[in-house]
Design a protein around this ligand. Structure first.
Ligand code: LLP
Length: 429
């Protein structure tokens, strides 16, 4: 459920009209509903609580790292799953305490490890033997002890898009689960690291519980083995990945309460704290990308709706064949003649296509449309390709709105480049 609905014929985000917002901030822009954000977090957390599980929900910052999003979730008690020093700094700046932050990722640099330890974050999830060795050296030199998880790769097919599947042997993530005993034994010997947790994450946008069950079952067996070895495991970090509905109808991802049951059934008997890293589930359906129609271009055989948003603003359709609903902001449009159309942006690539052959009403220049489910992996993946400005982000709460990131301006965009001194007009040898 989300808080984007028609009111008096105009799409609203909670109590705020999308067309009023467009008039105020210009298009394209992202808009997020704080009520939806809060609701999704709460439904997820409540489902786990109902199973009697002791949990820490560490929101995956990569899905949407805006300070206002982080603060909204942090205020509800969420921790943060970060994958770079930048994300860690964002989470801390938004007031999420260090002892609720977990640092994941296959390629942490020594400098990032040191920064994480300086801040005293809860745990670092280690994904390889060289990473373990480096972390041990860095921590030892700092005369500190890093609390770590080993991220295991359970070799489970997540049954999702190949670019976002992470739990098979051929993926770069984690350490082969069969080697867990060996690696934990090594970690117990090394100075500067203390293994207190085990981590797994098999992929994103999972629409079936079976892969979760398979992975968690393997992790449970490994935890029992590690317990027997005397590894002081306190926690199990089971990653994120629960999918969301992107379109009405065909896709029906599992409900949080059914996911929570699988967690309980597979891991509940181990008496460990369970950490979770949902990203998309929390923010995905809490955001829209709003765009204006530039032209409705009808050729002999094809129709193209050309809008002012492009692949640089929302890359999911071209990168993962991602489906996003296309919603007319004016409700009456839905009654107008429908025909098949591609929806494309102005970027000079055929890949700048949001959808192909979608049944859409007639549009005129200036009409507004919204791309649904754009809250996760939308703004965070934007670029300035074609020297297009990063678009603003707006957050709505009831009938209030706030621009939580203003539109970039051309001075900022071009000013990032520096002219090499020998190219300056007054340069002399
Ligand atoms: N934890 C780890 C270690 C991860 O790698 C990820 C996502 C998550 C948690 C959060 O997963 P979620 O709950 O959001 O599925 N840009 C892609 C998705 C990339 C996901 C990367 N890792 C997309 O737009 O579909």
């Amino acid at each position: 459920m989300n808080h984007f609905d028609y009111v008096d014929g105009i799409l609203h985000a909670e109590g705020v009209s999308i067309s009023d917002l467009a008039a105020k901030v210009g298009t394209p822009f992202y808009v997020y509903s704080s009520a939806t954000l809060e609701r999704h977090y709460q439904i997820f957390k409540d489902a786990l609580d109902e199973q009697g599980l002791d949990t820490l929900v560490c929101y995956a910052v990569k899905a949407n790292s805006n300070q206002s999003v982080l603060r909204t979730l942090g205020n509800l008690g969420a921790g943060a799953d970060v994958v770079s020093e930048g994300e860690m700094r964002r989470a801390l700046a938004a007031g999420i305490p260090a002892d609720r932050i977990v640092f994941s990722g296959v390629g942490k640099t020594a400098a990032e490890m040191a920064a994480a330890m300086e801040e005293g974050i809860l745990e670092l999830n280690v994904e390889s033997i060289p990473e373990l060795d480096t972390l041990s050296k860095v921590a030892d030199a700092m005369e500190t002890e890093a609390h770590i998880a080993i991220r295991v790769n359970p070799d489970v097919d997540a049954n999702t898009h190949e670019k976002i599947a992470t739990g098979k042997k051929e993926n770069k993530f984690g350490i082969d689960i069969e080697m867990a005993g060996q690696i934990y034994a090594k970690a117990m010997e090394l100075p500067g690291v203390k293994p207190v947790s085990i981590a797994v994450h098999i992929g994103s946008q999972l629409t079936d519980l079976a892969p979760f069950r398979a992975a968690f079952t393997k992790v449970a067996e490994t935890v029992q083995m590690l317990d027997n070895m005397g590894v002081p495991l306190e926690r199990i970090d089971i990653g994120g990945g629960l999918g969301i509905p992107y379109s009405h109808g065909d896709e029906e991802p599992p409900l949080p309460k059914d996911y929570a049951k699988v967690v309980k059934e597979t891991l509940g008997h181990l008496n460990k704290k369970i950490m979770l890293e949902p990203g998309r589930l929390i923010v995905g359906n809490a955001g829209l990308l709003v765009s204006e129609v530039i032209f409705d271009k009808k050729g002999d055989t094809k129709r193209f709706v050309i809008v002012d948003a492009a692949m640089n603003d929302l890359v999911r359709p071209t990168l993962y064949d991602g489906h996003h609903e296309i919603i007319a902001v004016e409700e009456a449009k839905n009654d107008e003649i429908h025909s098949l159309s591609d929806v494309v942006g102005p970027v000079c690539e055929t890949g700048d296509t949001f959808t192909k052959n979608r049944e859409l009403p007639e549009f005129e220049t200036g009409d507004l449309i919204a791309f649904g489910s754009a809250g996760a992996y939308g703004a965070v993946m934007a670029s300035t390709y074609n020297s297009r400005l990063l678009v603003p982000e707006v957050m709505v709460k009831d009938d209030q709105f706030a621009v939580i990131r203003p539109r970039q301006d051309y001075e900022a965009l071009i000013g990032l480049d520096k002219t090499a001194p020998w190219l300056e007009e007054n340069h002399s040898e």
